[in-house]
Design a protein around this ligand. Structure first.
Ligand code: B12
Ligand code: SF4
Length: 574
């Protein structure tokens, strides 16, 4: 019996990788080598990765198995159709058929739902007897003990940067709402016995090693033991981890000691609010800088996963994010557009809110806007995404991010960025609007002074309080933030492109020194065609009378300005 296992690819897409790209930085998914390892030895197996090899539909095969990610589903169905029209039976499996089994079944003879261990062997037996079932569903959680070693020997090893990929764990301890992983693994995080992992590593030829785990540091005790166990092997390895690893100096040291040189980190967004909304609040934005620095100082190259299109993202997100990546010398980044992947809570939410407008799964690759973002149009999101790719892989940006003479692997860092630059150059240039640029410049902090300040509260309270700003704050202002004590005005903006309204949230101390700069910025915004500017004073704790008078003067001549949370009695008192 001849079995052909296929990993499809969209070769016509502007985003697809050339064979040179694959050789420069890619490694295969483990799906096909794992399936091949589960296949009974009397079956002749061939692996075909469409990113490096064309499918010949007349190739002799008794059974075809296709591994399907969501954006590759249309291509997988096309391949299935071709083979089925030639009388060859086709089985689909992987993350997409698990999320949408009925759709997959409509395009194949059989569908494996969930992990293949324990099902695949049965499916092959049934096929041999001519009794292939429509569905094979994983009901429990297959044991990860004594797993057969993936058949990496069946991969074309010289076509990739490395084929030394393996898995120590499956699943992830977190449940970010946009991610397919938690649904697929039924909210579990399972670990392979360390001795099995070591044995597998020992069986692999020398070369760069990649742990394709979703989170190689998701269980402290396990990771400590794993890193300790592989230390003597003298590996160089990369993997994926959450940023939490940076908070654990001992574990980080152990990772480095075991040969970790690169990590993909799901940074996703610079807005804590965005992260909280998609249940990724465990990422602490205020710690990003420090965490990234820790990884880099330990000689670990950082690839930052960044996603655009969250509900709190307005047009200013693109430039702000790129500047952050540059300032923090992030080695590489894979920018992505938020995508409602089937099976995820985010998909269900977008479906419920009627925000999905593109149902062509080919576009569900994190590179296409497929739903209506809250604060911008899909076109703005798409253009911004293109712009980010070009800006990030421009020569000045690469130099800024990558050239750190004190750090090892400079050439490797440059080479990876160069490959990403080559890929970015194939996509449209994109762009961001003048409002986006301006919004970005307006955000930030201004230094205030401490003279003659009064609280944003009724005038009667002012007298009672007798605010002594130099010598500590009265009890009513106990909740005043650090910025107040530091005399800072922090300015946050959110722009709703659809209604062309900017909300400016002020926080801290507003005095005459900062008000002039602030008014200048508002005037610039109003000149760009913005319909309305809403200034929110909710978190302004102290201000000077003259500053407020200046703002009220501006409001009197600019109808398009609205003030919020400014105590009415304060206004009267002025
Ligand atoms: C390594 C990896 C990569 C690598 C290598 C990718 C490559 N060469 O294709 C890199 C980093 C380059 C990458 C890129 C991308 N990736 Co990726 N990647 C992974 C990761 C972390 C591990 C994959 C792996 O090897 N798993 C180990 C194998 C053994 O597990 P498995 O594939 O699930 O296979 C088991 C079962 O599913 C089943 N099975 C699988 N296929 C089949 C087929 C048949 C016939 C049968 C019976 C069973 C079966 O049996 C296996 C054993 O139980 C997964 C996350 C994950 N946990 O799977 C994401 C993941 C697959 N990637 C994802 C995405 C979105 C992408 C990108 C589109 C991201 C982007 N915007 O650039 C690109 C697309 C690349 C491309 N063109 O193919 C998503 C897919 C989501 C979805 N619903 O489709 C995942 C799930 C991550 C996530 N957090 O959501 N990726
Ligand atoms: S995004 Fe990363 S941390 Fe979140 S559930 Fe997915 S794999 Fe886990």
């Amino acid at each position: 019996m001849k079995l052909l296992l296929i990993s499809p690819e969209l070769k016509e897409s502007i985003f697809s990788y050339s064979e040179k790209d694959v050789r420069s930085f890619w490694f295969p998914r483990l799906s096909l080598p794992v399936l091949a390892a589960l296949t009974p030895p009397d079956v002749e197996v061939r692996l075909l990765d469409e990113s490096i090899e064309k499918v010949d539909f007349d190739e002799e095969a008794d059974l075809v198995g296709i591994s399907v990610m969501t954006f590759l589903a249309p291509r997988a169905y096309e391949i299935a159709r071709e083979f089925r029209s030639r009388g060859v039976k086709v089985v689909l499996g992987g993350i997409h058929p698990t999320a949408m089994p009925e759709e997959a079944k409509a395009n194949a003879d059989s569908v494996v739902v969930g992990e293949a261990e324990g099902l695949w062997e049965r499916l092959i037996q049934d096929f041999k007897k001519g009794e292939l079932k429509p569905f094979y569903r994983q009901t429990g959680l297959p044991s990860l003990e004594n797993l057969p070693h993936p058949r990496r020997d069946l991969l074309k090893s010289d076509a990739y940067l490395t084929v030394n990929c393996l898995q120590a764990s499956r699943g992830c301890p977190f449940g970010c709402e946009f991610c397919s992983v938690t649904n697929f693994f039924g909210n579990t995080y399972r670990l392979r016995p360390i001795k099995d992992v070591v044995k597998e590593l020992e069986s692999m030829p020398p070369g760069y090693t990649v742990f394709v785990d979703d989170n190689i540091a998701g269980n402290r005790k396990y990771s400590m033991e794993l890193f300790e166990a592989i230390k003597p092997m003298g590996l160089n390895w990369g993997g994926q981890s959450s940023l939490k690893l940076a908070d654990d100096p001992e574990l980080l040291e152990k990772a480095v000691g075991s040969g970790c040189t690169a990590l993909f980190l799901g940074i996703e967004s610079l807005s804590q609010e965005n992260l909280k909304k998609v249940k990724k609040g465990f990422n602490r934005v205020e710690k990003y800088k420090e965490s990234i620095k820790k990884f880099l100082d330990h000689g670990i190259n950082v690839t930052a996963g960044i996603i655009f299109g969250f509900d709190g993202d307005d047009e200013s997100v693109f430039e702000r994010t790129v500047e952050f990546l540059e300032e923090n010398r992030v080695t590489l980044s894979t920018p992505a557009i938020l995508t409602p992947l089937p099976g995820t809570p985010f998909y269900r939410q977008m479906e419920k809110e009627g925000r999905i407008f593109d149902r062509n799964f080919e576009h569900y690759d994190g590179r296409h806007a497929t739903f209506y973002p809250k604060l911008m149009s899909p076109e703005t999101l798409q253009e911004g995404y293109y712009w980010v790719n070009h800006r990030l892989f421009s020569i000045p940006s690469i130099v800024k991010r990558v050239v750190r003479p004190s750090q090892p692997y400079l050439l490797a860092r440059l080479a990876f960025n160069w490959t990403f630059r080559r890929m970015a150059n194939r996509i449209p240039k994109g762009g961001i609007s003048p409002v986006a640029r301006l919004l970005h410049r307006i955000q930030g902090t201004l230094n205030s002074s401490s003279e003659g300040l009064i609280p944003n509260a009724p005038p009667a309270t002012h007298q009672q309080l007798q605010v002594n700003v130099t010598g500590g704050l009265p009890s009513l202002l106990e909740n005043a933030r650090e910025e107040v004590i530091e005399r800072i005005l922090s300015i946050q903006t959110t722009y709703d492109e659809k209604i062309k309204t900017i909300r400016i949230s002020l926080k801290g101390v507003l005095d005459e020194k900062v008000v002039k700069k602030f008014i200048k910025r508002i005037n610039k915004l109003l000149a760009t065609g913005v319909v309305e500017v809403v200034v929110d004073f909710k978190e302004v704790v102290l201000f000077s009378r003259t500053a407020l008078a200046e703002l009220l003067k501006l409001k009197a001549i600019q109808e398009r300005i609205k003030f919020e949370a400014l105590h009415p009695l304060v206004k009267e008192g002025i």
